[in-house]
Ligand binder design. Structure first.
Ligand code: SAM
Length: 266
């Protein structure tokens, strides 16, 4: 059981580090997601757990707390119509500059970034390109860097990409697959917070910001969008998740398709 004071304390830590603030109705969800960590750390109450994660010794546990309290659901070629749109768009509007720079903002465990990598390499295999992925969760970023996925998840990858870019694991890696080295070498993952970006460069041609804005209030969504749009090149493309729309109209973005925008002003 978590009491209101403990919930508020932990919720404050979550908000300080991610910008996400849970509604009070999420008390039970927090308790159920964190009760295992209480047992693992042998702490007797959520109040003690809170004291631990705000202390210097609790720094690793803080990162586990953030990981457990954020939602990482993702899969290869999620919302495939957006990838099909991007493929056709790039075929008809060849980039004028290389390397092509793509950012999977909130990359979770890397499936979105690697999906983009396969698509871009297929189109521009003899040109330089780079995909950047960022996420606030250390565990998710580590998994993205490892690029080792359950073979069942490869079903979502169109077969032409699966054949060219995926390698089946053997021995210890039976039941898993990874991506060929060219794909892995051209994808870089770092830990970063969309609200106060520290590692992310400017001038991206394509940015995927999908299934993350929904977790923030309107002010924070605006702040994140400002951070993102200023890193997008003129005439670059921004993709949002299918349940995410711009709450306020922006003069610098033109809607091309639902949830797909083109930057039209610098
Ligand atoms: C549901 S996943 C979306 C993954 C992928 N973009 C997709 O659409 O499949 C949301 C991700 O956002 C990350 N996240 C949450 N708050 C964040 C923040 N403030 N900065 C960066 N990433 C954040 C979470 O760790 C999680 O991995």
């Amino acid at each position: 059981m978590i009491n209101t004071q403990e919930f508020n304390q932990l919720n404050r830590v979550l908000e300080q580090h991610t910008g996400i603030r849970l509604a009070s109705s999420k008390k039970d969800i927090m308790a159920s997601r964190m009760s295992r960590r209480l047992r693992a750390t042998k702490l007797k109450s959520f109040g003690r757990y809170y004291q631990y994660i705000i202390s210097d010794e609790g720094r690793n546990e803080l990162s586990i707390f953030i990981d457990k309290m954020t939602t990482h659901e993702t899969y290869f070629f999620r919302e495939i119509a957006q990838f099909e749109f991007l493929y056709d768009y790039l075929k008809n509007n060849k980039p004028k500059r290389f390397p092509i720079k793509v950012w999977s903002a909130a990359s979770s465990t890397g499936e979105e970034a690697y999906s983009l990598a396969m698509l871009i390499d297929d189109l521009f295999y003899n040109q330089p390109w780079h995909i950047y992925g960022t996420d606030i969760s250390r565990t998710a970023v580590n998994m993205a860097q490892d690029a080792c996925y359950a073979i069942s998840t490869a079903q979502k990858i169109p077969s032409k990409y699966r054949k060219s870019y995926c390698l089946k694991g053997h021995g210890d890696n039976e039941g898993a697959f990874t991506l060929i080295n060219k794909i892995k070498h051209n994808c870089t993952f770092t830990i970063d917070n969309l609200l106060e970006l520290k590692t992310v460069d400017y001038s991206f041609d394509i940015i995927f910001l999908r299934n993350v804005l929904i977790y923030f209030d309107e002010n924070k969504q605006q702040k994140i969008l400002d951070n993102i749009v200023k890193r997008l090149n003129y005439s670059g493309l921004l993709f949002l998740g299918h349940s995410e729309t711009l709450k306020k109209k922006r003069n610098d973005l033109k809607l091309l398709q639902p949830c797909i925008y083109k930057k039209v002003a610098t």
